[in-house]
Ligand binder design. Structure first.
Ligand code: NAP
Length: 292
């Protein structure tokens, strides 16, 4: 199935929630003939006014385009919508931008077949289509390359991770973990300083500086982890552990939640018990590699 309309591949978008509407609008903005379908058809009204074609059924929507993007609440819904279509999906590329787990992505690949790409959106709806918006894709490289130019409409940085369909979801949750880790540590610091009358805005430049500093450490951290060797070039785990006690005591004294530093300490004590006290902080990777 080839491109048409002067290089503007027809695209179908299934699911017009907050994200699906943003995806369809981004395709329309770039001139792709865009067919849409949503369980609640009223959500298509504005898009139709902007030039989209509303299909009367999922089957009609899929039949309209060689590239089908699906973005609904969960993978069960994806399966409920697409599996009944059977052969009608053959020869099309289905890009599933619904959030889920790597196991769900791999399972979907089993019943959906060759033309399946799983994806993860690292953005909120207003950022869809922006040059610096990253969307991750995994699955067959040929399917990605065939539609990479069209997928650029959704975000200027369509990133292919490899043939394992589960990779998009795995990167997605790993990055969400970073977001929550940094976010919670920031908010804990805000609570602590707030107890001394310092407002959050005052703390921001200090927080940004330390986040930037830690960011700069990451390549060195990664090198030690990849090499499996943890020389303490800067500070040992024993030194970190002592500082964690200060954070716990300050939190308790201020009457704010001390669970976050208590968790840091509990994990670090296990590393010390494993004989890693004199090593670099990167040796903590061994604690994260164990099942909890
Ligand atoms: P949403 O606004 O709640 O939309 C959910 C969509 O799923 C709607 O189109 C809804 O149809 C459809 N749906 C749910 N159950 C269905 C069913 N049984 N049959 C048919 N359609 C069904 O959610 P959203 O924000 O668009 O998110 C969609 C996906 O994108 C999620 O996996 C989310 O994690 C992911 N995502 C969202 C964001 C974000 O910032 N919003 C960012 C990254 C990833 P109706 O309209 O008929 O209810």
């Amino acid at each position: 199935m080839g491109n048409s309309d002067a290089g503007h591949t027809p695209v179908t978008v299934l699911g017009l929630g907050l994200m699906g509407q943003a995806l369809a609008r981004a395709f329309l903005r770039d001139g792709h003939p865009t067919t849409v379908w949503n369980r609640t058809s009223e959500k298509a009204e504005r898009l139709v006014a902007e030039g989209a074609t509303l299909a009367g059924s999922v089957g009609d929507a899929v039949a309209a385009s060689p590239l089908v993007v699906v973005c609904v609440s969960d993978y069960d819904t994806v399966r409920g919508l697409l599996e009944p279509l059977g052969e009608a999906l053959r020869g099309r590329v289905v890009v599933n931008l619904t959030s889920g787990t790597s196991a769900q992505a791999r399972e979907t690949a089993e019943w959906l077949g060759d033309g399946y790409l799983d994806g993860a959106i690292m953005a909120i709806p207003p950022a869809i289509g922006a040059a610096d918006t990253t969307i991750l894709y995994s699955g067959p490289r040929t399917a990605f390359e065939e539609h990479k130019a069209t997928l650029r409409s959704l975000g200027g940085d369509p990133t292919y991770l490899g043939g394992d369909h589960g990779l998009s979801s795995l990167y997605d949750v790993a990055m969400l973990g970073l977001m929550w880790g940094i976010g919670d540590a920031f908010l804990h610091g805000v609570a602590l300083l707030g107890a001394a009358g310092v407002d959050a805005t005052t703390f921001v430049p200090f927080a940004r500086k330390v986040i930037g500093t830690v960011t700069d450490w990451l390549p060195g951290y990664a090198r030690q982890v990849d090499e499996g060797s943890y020389p303490a070039d800067d500070a040992s785990i024993d030194t970190h552990l002592a500082a964690m006690d200060h954070l716990i005591h300050e939190s308790e004294a201020a009457g704010v939640n001390a669970e976050l530093p208590q968790f840091f300490k509990a994990l670090t004590e296990r590393a010390v018990a494993d004989g890693r006290g004199g090593d670099s902080y990167t040796a903590m990777i061994e604690q994260f590699r164990k099942a909890s």
